[in-house]
Design a protein around this ligand. Structure first.
Ligand code: 5GP
Ligand code: MN
Length: 324
């Protein structure tokens, strides 16, 4: 499935010859998408490039500390020489910016999703990397830029988010080696962790409780499904990004192999998050619904009412041979 990757050196050269660069993280950007984008944006600016991260939705509250004048939602901000998408590998992951992305004469993809196809002029896709931030770290070095505290903290944020603080099975020796090197850049590791994980609002805990209460179990407790609706958000005062931890909590239950969490973004726009613990390939699961992701974390969107979406996913899980 995989095409040939371009080396970081090749991509560094492409970026070196550009004057203006736009960076595209995926929608509902997580810590890896924003961290990778922020680190790369800072590195490019340090080389004198004009660079912005173009976004199409609001940055989650706990990630705002990574953005210090780096992001814009103004597609008119510049006509880029190079468009770079990070932590995603298809235009459907930045739908409202797809046209803007393609406007640049050269495009680059830096990603670690095994479902990414390599649709850009230059691609570096490494599904073994725990986080795209690891790839950005290597790219910045290939660019000859010394990683400073702010870049280091952005990379660290990406790693921390995508590895569940070094707990998930995607964590590699390379992950720890990079994290160790980041200390030399003067990062405040505990400070980053606190910003991301320990600055929650009470509304988050309230909506988490409501969502967990909807839980339905299948296959004798090996699979669990739960959901959150707009009504629950209204009643608790929480925002949708504050439900992001629920799917991990569901997976953490003893005996659970597969956790499925449905989020009602709009009446007929249901985003489904999948997590598995040891053996279920959720990248395949999400591909069956035109989504994508990794073996142990993936997702997709269904365009139907929440009740129908829940039934469809429940039916699929009920029939999964590997859960029997
Ligand atoms: P989450 O459940 O946290 O939104 O996403 C889990 C993983 O699956 C992330 O790596 C994310 O990029 C990927 N993912 C989630 N939804 C989609 C989707 O609709 N399409 C694709 N290609 N990947 C997705
Ligand atoms: Mn990622």
């Amino acid at each position: 499935m995989m095409m040939k990757n371009n080396t970081f050196e090749e991509i560094a050269e492409v970026l070196a010859s550009a004057g203006k660069v736009l960076i595209f993280p995926h929608i509902n950007a997580d810590g890896d998408a924003i961290g990778s984008s922020a680190a790369l944006c800072r590195a490019l600016r340090s080389l004198g490039k004009e660079c912005y991260i173009l976004i199409e939705d609001e940055i989650a509250g706990n990630l705002k500390f990574l953005d210090d004048g780096l992001t814009t939602s103004d597609t008119g901000v510049m006509k880029a020489d190079v468009s770079v998408c990070v932590d995603c590998g298809e235009t459907g992951r930045f739908p409202l910016r797809a046209e803007k992305f393609a406007e640049a004469p050269v495009t680059v993809c830096i990603d670690h999703h095994e479902t990414s196809k390599g649709f850009c002029t230059y691609n570096h896709i490494d599904p073994d990397a725990a986080a795209t931030a690891q790839l950005v770290f290597r790219l910045i070095k290939a660019m000859g830029v010394e990683i400073d505290k702010a870049m280091g903290e952005a990379v660290f944020a990406g790693i921390l988010t995508d590895t569940g603080s070094f707990r998930y099975s995607n964590t590699q020796k390379e992950t720890h080696l990079i994290a160790a090197e980041l200390y030399d850049s003067g990062i405040d590791a505990a400070g980053v962790a606190q910003e991301i994980f320990e600055t929650v609002r009470i509304e988050r805990l309230l909506v988490e409780n409501r969502a967990v209460e909807t839980m339905v179990t299948l296959h004798g407790g090996k699979a669990v499904l739960a959901y959150v609706t707009q009504e629950m958000l209204r009643e608790t005062g929480a925002t949708m990004d504050e439900t992001e931890g629920v799917v991990g909590q569901l997976r953490s239950i003893a005996g659970v192999e597969l956790a499925v969490f449905l989020k009602e973004y709009a009446p007929e726009e249901i985003k489904v998050s999948l997590r598995s613990k040891k053996y279920v390939d959720v990248a395949k699961f999400s591909s069956d619904f035109n989504g994508g992701g990794h073996e142990r974390a993936a997702g997709f969107t269904l365009r139907c009412p929440i009740a129908e979406a829940f039934d469809r996913v429940k039916e699929y899980v009920s029939a999964m041979p590997e859960m029997k």
